[in-house]
Design a binder for this molecule. Structure first.
Ligand SMILES: [Zn+2]
Length: 140
């Protein structure tokens, strides 16, 4: 005789439980349901263990804090180091070289003193533009 049908606790569909373990099988065999069932069981176990065992709770708290510290260190490291596959044009040095080359062509000079003076003027202009229209002087 085939075992009776059960209702899945996750999706609500009926299913035929494994005949060797019918009273312990609470979800159907679909991957999503099995994953969700496992997740719920593990969360319940963890919550029960945290409630009943203060030493476990403290140990888990320290383990999580250490993992968070490692994650923050990794984020800090990846923020300070650009990804290695950037093209050579995407560095600050390349941007500086491009801007100074462009400025040199526009002002028709290669004199470093003149270029530096022009760069300061353009930088000041850029700062005023960044502050907003009220701070922008009409003279340029
Ligand atoms: Zn299900």
């Amino acid at each position: 005789m085939a075992p009776a049908l059960s209702r899945c606790r996750i999706c609500g569909r009926t299913f035929r439980p494994n005949r060797y373990n019918p009273e312990h099988q609470h979800c159907c065999g679909r991957d999503e349901c099995v994953r969700e069932c496992t997740r719920r069981r593990q969360r319940e176990w963890y919550a029960r263990r945290c409630r009943d065992d203060p030493a476990f709770t403290e140990k888990a708290r320290r383990r999580c804090a250490a993992a968070n510290r490692r994650r923050r260190e990794r984020q800090k490291l990846s923020a300070s180091n650009p990804p290695p596959d950037l093209p050579p044009e995407a560095t600050l040095q390349a941007l500086f070289e491009t801007v100074s080359g462009f400025l040199s062509q526009v002002t028709d000079t290669t004199d470093p003193v003149e270029l530096l003076a022009s760069m300061r003027q353009y930088r000041e202009r850029g700062r005023r533009m960044a502050r907003g229209p009220a701070a922008t002087a009409p003279d340029g």
